[in-house]
Design a protein around this ligand. Structure first.
Ligand code: TYM
Length: 341
């Protein structure tokens, strides 16, 4: 192959995408609009791997039966949102033990000060002072291992995970500089709209799946009547104009949700509601959420009728992921100087 042809082949190589979601609590509209929604489409352009990050779920106390159920639920939900296991590699993180191994190795290339600066660690420590375990502190390093094992180029995430992706880049660069190029240095990618969906009951706080914000968090698997109730009760302000701005966090959040659900710009969403009052606006946003989430819930329910088939998809996904993961891990062991036989 001459140099020009080789270059051409190289530039045509599809980029890799990796992302994951952890099975704590119940997945929300925030998870969907900030991340999951975009994952199924990406395989048209990229080679994609997606994982249920179950190893990440034990940094907070979780009952064994909840971890099992949450993990199966999330795996089925990823299929239900449209991730095709024939076109993507979809797997359970703990089924590929290379994640934990690389996590340990990368600990030694991550500085204590760097991990200490992670805002999510600080927030979670504050909220849960009786369980500030080392796993919670080390969590972003395991996340870096998830990404680097697959030589991912792009990591699609919501805004709250960008700091962790930045740390992953720092660790990858440090390792590459200390030895020789080993890891692809990934870039994080957040959506134009929906990178940070806020709670409907407190629009200054993130809509989270584990925080126990019953009215503020719309769950992907909520029944239509519950979704409508939550939107009708959404906290707004005493003005009447449906307009996005800093002083109107509730309305801005609802406009963001609507724009993201309908794949339109915020400007267009504002124009659509310029003559609406808040009540009519909230009703329409609720309906848009119901319309989007209903087919996902139906597909999910069908998938959960056959846990054996689900297990088979997990097994095949893990086998495919492992091939790529162990190739990287072996390279890392050798570079560091471990004896390989
Ligand atoms: P997790 O499980 O908290 O969230 C999964 C994805 O959903 C996004 N997200 C949101 N986006 C917009 N608005 C919200 N309110 C909202 N809440 C959550 C998150 O940004 C994320 O993209 N550590 C990760 C899981 C993980 C991971 C990885 C991600 C483990 N290894 C490697 C990327 C690459 C987490 O806890 O996400």
């Amino acid at each position: 192959m001459n140099e020009q042809v080789a270059l051409q082949v190289n530039s045509e190589k599809r980029k890799r995408v990796f992302s994951a979601i952890k099975p704590t609590g119940n997945p929300t509209l925030g998870n969907y609009l900030g991340a999951m929604k975009y994952w199924p489409r990406m395989c048209e352009t990229y080679d994609c791997l997606y994982a249920v990050a179950d190893l990440h779920a034990i940094t907070v106390a979780i009952k064994p039966k909840d971890l099992r159920e949450n993990s199966k639920r999330l795996f089925a939900l990823l299929l239900a949102v449209g991730i095709d296991p024939e076109k993507n590699i979809l797997f359970m993180q703990s089924h590929v033990t290379a994640h934990a191994e690389l996590g340990w190795l990368l600990n030694n290339y991550t500085m204590f000060g760097e991990a200490s600066r992670m805002t999510q660690f600080k927030d979670k420590s504050r909220k849960n002072p009786e369980n500030v375990n080392v796993g919670l502190f080390d969590y972003p390093v395991l996340m870096a291992a998830d990404i680097l094992l697959y030589q991912a180029d792009i990591v699609p995430v919501g805004e709250d995970q960008m700091q962790h992706v930045e740390l992953c880049r720092t660790v990858a660069n440090r390792f590459n500089n200390r030895y020789s190029p080993t890891f692809t240095v990934p870039v994080g990618k957040i959506p134009d709209y929906g990178a940070r969906i806020h709670s409907l009951s407190d629009p200054t706080a993130k809509m989270g799946k584990s925080e126990g914000d019953a009215d503020g968090a719309v769950l992907i698997l909520d029944r239509p009547e519950d979704i409508m109730r939550k939107f009708k009760r959404a906290v707004t302000d005493c003005d009447t104009k449906v307009h996005a701005c800093k002083d109107k966090p509730g309305i801005t959040n609802l406009l963001t949700i609507y724009a993201s659900l309908c794949d339109i710009s915020i400007d267009k969403a504002e124009r659509e509601f310029e003559n609406s009052d808040y009540a009519a606006f909230k009703l329409r946003v609720g309906e848009a959420a119901v319309e989007t989430l209903r087919p996902i819930r139906e597909k999910y329910e069908a998938l959960r009728k056959d846990d054996k088939a689900l297990g088979e998809i997990m097994k095949q996904g893990a086998e495919k992921a492992a091939r790529s993961a162990y190739r990287t891990l072996e390279k890392v062991y050798k570079k560091i100087g471990f004896v390989r036989v």
